[in-house]
Ligand binder design. Structure first.
Ligand SMILES: Nc1ncnc2c1ncn2[C@@H]1O[C@H](COP(=O)(O)OP(=O)(O)OP(=O)(O)O)[C@@H](O)[C@H]1O
Ligand SMILES: N[C@@H](CCO)C(=O)O
Length: 357
């Protein structure tokens, strides 16, 4: 029997200013996997140690750099983690995965979150494990340990999320699939290890309303900034007044983005942040100036502006004047020698999906 299905996972923007590691919104830019499982084509997948032939469309972001071995690529490596937790060593023979990825890598638009969500869904589908989205979140959150992008990509829409405290035993078992559980890309040997199942309900979330008049402009610099590096510049402890500053704004922002008509006088100041953006300016030339100089008074229709995820992309929320707002930010990056592209996006309300074909 031949099986074919398509997995679609949205990009996402995390933090939305004050909601560091808390808020995320799914965006209308989709990572897509076309999957076929045809045992009569097993020979074609024999080159891969885990029976999976992986390819990317030429137009895909990362086309020339992503690794295609199934135990090295983030999507298939994640799927292998799910399979092995459930005592299945490899993909079914004759598995082919063709990826179309329009989400720029390492720019703050949730490319890794989308890849991890797609990988967990891939594992669930190929082995027909029948997991709910909530259970699949547990697997995702053992890999990417901040829930904002992952939750928005899996569930869609505008989400607030947290990780529950793990018990000391669960903390001990915080398996790190990329380091321990899966074979290293260079070796490729299957160690036979069965990783422990993830604890249940690691991530809890709510979905907020979003006023559909609010569009998301992503201004995307042409340089990559890895999330790990961008987290590395953050302090280990914060002054109380900075945490209170963010908590106050976070509480107001989640409702302000639902109100009709949107109120720029409320949203713009509610999107200010003192927890991550001030520290990340060292990695993103022009950031401080961009965040402070483009305002609703200079650009009617602009509601708020922030760093998208770990950066370097800038997220501007607006109801009109999209081109003018983008051009202003592009010009300011250009003064710092940085070229950008921009995209006008909407929230992806439904999150990740699977379509049987
Ligand atoms: N479609 C994909 N296929 C394979 N690997 C991917 C894919 N998407 C992301 N990755 C991996 O994830 C890395 C980028 O992850 P990183 O967390 O640094 O940035 P990001 O997820 O784009 O940004 P942010 O988390 O701030 O939104 C890439 O360099 C690549 O290794
Ligand atoms: N909350 C995360 C999102 C990026 O993955 C960060 O800002 O580091």
């Amino acid at each position: 029997m031949v099986r074919a299905f398509k997995i679609k996972v949205p990009a996402s923007s995390a933090n939305i200013g004050p909601g560091y590691d808390v808020l995320g919104v799914g965006l209308s830019l989709f990572l897509e996997l076309d999957v076929t499982i045809d045992s009569s084509q097993a020979q074609e997948t024999n080159d891969d140690p885990n029976n999976c032939k992986l390819s990317y469309t030429k137009e895909s972001e990362g086309y020339s750099t992503v690794l295609l071995r199934s135990d090295a690529n983030l999507i298939t490596r994640t799927a292998l983690y799910v399979l092995r937790c459930n005592n299945i060593r490899n993909f079914p023979s004759g598995t082919k995965v063709h990826v179309s990825n329009p989400i720029p890598l390492g720019r703050g638009l949730g490319s890794s979150g989308a890849a991890v969500v797609a990988g967990v869904i891939l594992g669930n589908e190929v082995a027909q494990l029948g997991f709910s989205k909530q259970r699949m979140l547990d697997y995702c959150l053992m890999i990417e340990r901040h829930p904002d992008n992952i939750t928005a990509a899996m569930m869609g829409g505008f989400c607030g999320s947290f990780l529950r405290d793990l018990t000391p035993q669960e903390v001990e078992r915080r398996e790190i699939p990329l380091a321990e559980v899966l074979p290293e890309p260079s070796g490729g040997e299957d160690t036979g290890l069965v990783p422990p199942l993830p604890p249940t309900d690691i991530g809890r979330h709510v979905k907020y309303q979003w006023n559909p008049a609010i569009k998301c402009i992503a201004i995307i610099p042409q340089f990559e900034l890895s999330t790990a590096d961008s987290r590395g510049v953050l302090p280990k402890a914060y002054p109380t007044q900075d945490l209170v500053f963010n908590l106050q704004r976070l509480a107001v922002l989640t409702t302000a983005l639902t109100m009709d008509p949107p109120n720029a006088d409320l949203i713009y100041p509610a999107m200010q942040d003192r927890v991550h953006q001030p520290y990340r300016k060292t990695l993103i030339p022009g950031l401080t100036e961009i965040l402070s100089c483009v305002t609703p008074s200079t650009y009617p229709g602009l509601l708020g502006i922030c760093l998208s995820g770990a950066g370097p992309t800038i997220l501007a929320l607006a109801t009109e004047n999209f081109e003018e707002i983008s051009q202003e930010i592009i010009n300011r990056f250009a003064k710092n020698g940085i070229k950008c592209s921009w995209k006008l996006l909407e929230p992806a309300y439904d999150g990740a999906s699977v379509e049987q074909q």
